[in-house]
Design a protein. Structure first.
Length: 72
């Protein structure tokens, strides 16, 4: 399982999901001013990107809750 999608119609380009992603899976496309999935295969399903105020980020079906992060 991994991050499923970012709804570009809903994304306002605020960058909160980018800032919260500890693995740098999500990047901000400066030309389109939207968040994009840059490294889908590296997603560890921590769920921090779900802090999106517009609910534009979706994780794969079956995702239940965030894993505990072991660093920091």
């Amino acid at each position: 399982m991994t991050i499923a999608a970012i709804d570009e119609a809903v994304c306002n380009g605020c960058g909160i999901c980018v800032k919260h992603c500890p693995i740098d899976v999500i990047r901000l496309d400066r030309e389109r001013k939207k968040a994009v999935i840059a490294y889908r295969e590296d997603c560890m399903l921590c769920g921090q990107c779900l802090d999106c105020p517009e609910d534009a980020v979706r994780l794969e079906p079956g995702w239940g809750r965030a894993y505990l992060l072991g660093w920091g």
